[in-house]
Write a protein that binds this ligand. Structure first.
Ligand code: SAH
Length: 338
């Protein structure tokens, strides 16, 4: 049996380098996931409410330096419409994700969160809007946001510097994650698999970083190149390595909420089903209005399945049922160890 829990860094690196143990990792991860979360899949309705961004992350299609990106932002009314549609379909978590858009200051974003909370008191609100001050995180928390997704992207400072311009610092990101935890958010972090310059050692560092942080949610997905970024010619992340990492994370974090991400579904047609087999337990279908989806283009060929549409969600449900899973109507809070 592969005791990943007791592996040294070197051993972990060796495990990441080979497909030899994938079947065993998959079986263990799947058994753990079944034991704790049964055959349930939690869904989160993703609302991509702005693609304006002041950052210039080299890998991302909505970076400010991409002059070809057609920019948009949703109004409060449009965001609430997305929630309403989603709620009727059974979503009990809304994820508001966007670029770092100064337009959504606290004065603008706080009332939006409050309004969603008021209209849908039994739904959880997750924010994913990047780095903000502790005071801002605090205000948004008090307004009703309970969860926050902020990937660390890479735990290695040198690697971080190769993926971001100089003014973006790993230390700032870590400070933000610490602040979010202190305030009491349910926190999600994570990284891309196969981002340019990433080494297996970096991935071990990422795993160790997460073991220190203890996030309740961990989002990983393959890097996928975007034609209007400087990484346009870089190869995409590897499917099997992503699945291997998912399984390892499930074993190391039995209770974690692990999404089979859109990027995984973009890399392979059955990517999200495969993700479930390797320990994932969350799906994040898109609730954004159909006409703006193509504009929230973090990477090329992003899937745009119209999951906000009742029929499409029923199709996704059908696909998952066929694979032995059940999508549930539930906030999908993390189960914490007693
Ligand atoms: N601006 C917010 C959230 C938007 S991006 C933030 O910075 O947190 C959400 C995630 O998409 C990022 O954390 C990144 O890991 C991922 N992402 C960005 N570009 C990508 C690409 N080219 N391929 C795969 N994932 C990407």
């Amino acid at each position: 049996m592969i005791e990943v829990e007791h592996f040294t860094d070197k051993e972990l690196e060796g495990l990441l380098a080979t497909a030899k143990y994938d079947e065993e990792l998959r079986r263990r991860a799947l058994a753990l996931r079944r034991k704790i979360y049964g055959n349930k899949i939690f869904v989160r309705g993703l609302i991509e409410f702005t693609n304006f961004c002041q950052n210039d992350c080299y890998y991302c299609g909505i970076r400010c330096g991409n002059k070809k990106a057609e920019r948009y932002r949703l109004t409060q009314r449009e965001i609430l419409d997305c929630c309403e549609k989603g709620y009727a379909l059974g979503f009990r978590t809304f994820v508001l994700q966007g670029g770092e858009d100064a337009f959504f200051s606290d004065a603008v974003l706080v009332p939006i969160v409050q309004e969603i909370k008021k209209k849908f008191p039994d739904a959880a609100i997750t924010l994913s809007v990047g780095e903000r001050s502790k005071a801002s995180y605090q205000k948004l928390f008090e307004a009703g946001a309970e969860r926050y997704l902020l990937r660390h992207e890479t735990a290695d400072e040198n690697h971080f510097a190769k993926l971001h311009p100089e003014q973006q610092k790993l230390s700032t990101r870590l400070e933000c994650l610490k602040n979010l935890k202190e305030i009491g958010y349910v926190v999600g972090s994570g990284f891309m698999v196969g981002s340019p310059f990433q080494t297996l050692k970096n991935l071990v560092q990422d795993i160790r970083f997460l073991q220190n942080l203890h996030p309740e949610m961990i989002g990983i997905g393959p890097f996928i190149s975007h034609k209007d970024t400087i990484f346009k010619n870089e190869p995409n992340g590897d499917l099997q390595l992503t699945l291997r990492l998912l399984a390892i994370l499930r074993i190391l974090f039995p209770y974690a909420l692990l999404p089979a991400t859109t990027a995984l579904g973009t890399l392979a047609e059955n990517g999200r089903e495969l993700g479930m087999e390797y320990g994932a337990n969350v799906l994040m279908p898109n609730l954004s209005p159909q006409d703006i989806r193509k504009k929230y283009n973090l990477y090329d060929n992003k899937i745009f399945d119209g999951d906000e549409d009742a029929l499409q969600l029923a199709n996704l449900q059908k696909r998952m049922v066929k694979a032995g899973w059940e999508i549930v109507i539930d906030r999908g809070d993390p189960i914490r160890r007693a």
